[in-house]
Design a protein around this ligand. Structure first.
Ligand SMILES: Cc1ncc(COP(=O)(O)O)c(C=O)c1O
Length: 363
């Protein structure tokens, strides 16, 4: 309990903390293994790291003593070229995570309901109570497809303003079908689709739809395809009408000068980065077929840079621990619909070799 004179929100005192992944150094200390020997496949980071142009640009980063451009003007112009959506409909944030919060700040009045479709990325439901929103979970089917009819019923029952969806979905890796997208956009709610992993998918982003759909928001990030997770840079593609309201509430200097410059340098090196994305997709495909051969793993098909597996005949937590002792960090789940699951990110070819070697020796 916090001291009596210091009265923070009671709901925060009693809420559970979110357990995020941590840095290589912290894992190294926990496991007693040198950081450079660890293979970190738990957070869908890009093991190739950023473009060499980013390293060069940051080494000569000017004006660290001056606040950044609050409008991220150059970056938004480059993002407009990259996405095909006008800069006037783009807002940048310290990761897509920040934009999830910004959307809640913009929409939620105390007691409002948001629709969430678990199993999915945890931040939508984690952030909701902080903005006094209630969460209605409309569970995905066994194959992790969404149930649009049930989402529609929940929207009308709770008069929900916001539906949060993820495509490709983290952690299952599947896309939302085009028919489902159309049906969702007909609902009387704003549909937020998190496309953090879209660069790894066989289908294009829904970006062109943002220009004529008043209720579609897309979230994108440079954490995954551009290898900038540590710098925290993401963006949203918003309906025009929302932009003046978003500009009012955004923290003025939310994107720091290093993240801004790194994102610009990445967008000037898109072909190079997308070639690496292609290589990661090849490693993911390698993982999918190798996992399917193992008696104790059942992989789900993925359109992202990771593979979710159901673990059979052994406890998924034990598998996670055995891999950790071998210096390989993976993500373990034991929540509803994800019991006995582990998610493994695509690594560099040599990292995948090592992972498969360790897995094949396990029984
Ligand atoms: C679906 C999804 N959205 C958003 C994020 C966070 O993105 P960012 O690093 O841009 O905050 C992640 C990170 O794992 C994610 O999986």
């Amino acid at each position: 309990m916090v001291q009596e004179k210091v009265r923070i929100r009671r709901d925060i005192e009693t809420m559970d903390a979110y357990t995020p992944t941590t840095s290589l150094d912290v894992f190294a200390e926990r496991l007693g293994i040198d950081a450079d020997k660890l293979i970190k496949l738990d957070a869908n980071e890009n093991p190739f790291g950023p473009s060499p142009r980013v390293i060069k640009a940051l080494a000569a980063l000017p004006n660290m003593h001056v606040y950044p451009d609050p409008e991220s003007g150059r970056l938004r112009d480059l993002l407009a070229d990259y996405t095909g959506v006008p800069a006037e409909q783009i807002l940048c944030g310290a990761g897509a995570d920040e934009l999830i919060e910004l959307i809640m700040q913009l929409f939620i009045e105390p007691g409002d309901v948001i629709i969430n479709t678990p199993p999915t990325f945890a931040m939508y439901s984690f952030n909701a109570p902080l903005y006094h929103a209630r969460v209605c979970d409309v569970y995905r089917r066994a194959d992790f497809s969404i149930d649009v009819a049930a989402i529609g019923e929940a929207v009308s029952r709770y008069d929900a303003k916001l539906v949060f969806l993820c495509s490709p979905n983290n952690p299952s890796g599947n896309l939302i079908s085009r028919d489902d997208i159309e049906a969702l956009l007909d609902l009387p709610a704003t549909i937020v689709i998190d496309e953090a992993y879209i660069e790894f998918a066989t289908r294009e982003s829904l970006a062109p739809l943002v220009m004529d759909r008043p209720n579609l928001i897309l979230l994108r990030t440079l954490s995954k395809w551009a290898g900038l997770a540590g710098l925290r840079i993401g963006y949203g593609l918003f309906p025009r009408a929302l932009m003046p309201q978003l500009w009012k509430i955004k923290q003025p200097y939310n994107v720091n000068v290093a993240a801004d410059l790194a994102a610009c340098a990445s967008l000037e090196d898109v072909d190079y980065l997308l070639e690496r994305v292609h290589q990661l997709v090849q490693q993911r495909e390698r993982l999918e077929s190798a996992f399917a051969e193992l008696p104790y793993l059942s992989p789900y098909p993925s359109q992202a840079n990771f593979v979710l597996n159901r673990v059979r005949g052994m406890a998924a937590g034990d598998l996670r621990d055995k891999l950790a002792r071998a210096g390989i960090i993976v993500r373990y789940y034991n929540t509803a619909r994800l019991d006995d699951c582990i998610r493994i990110s695509a690594g560099l070819p040599a990292q995948v070799d090592r992972l498969l070697d360790v897995l094949r020796r396990l029984r």
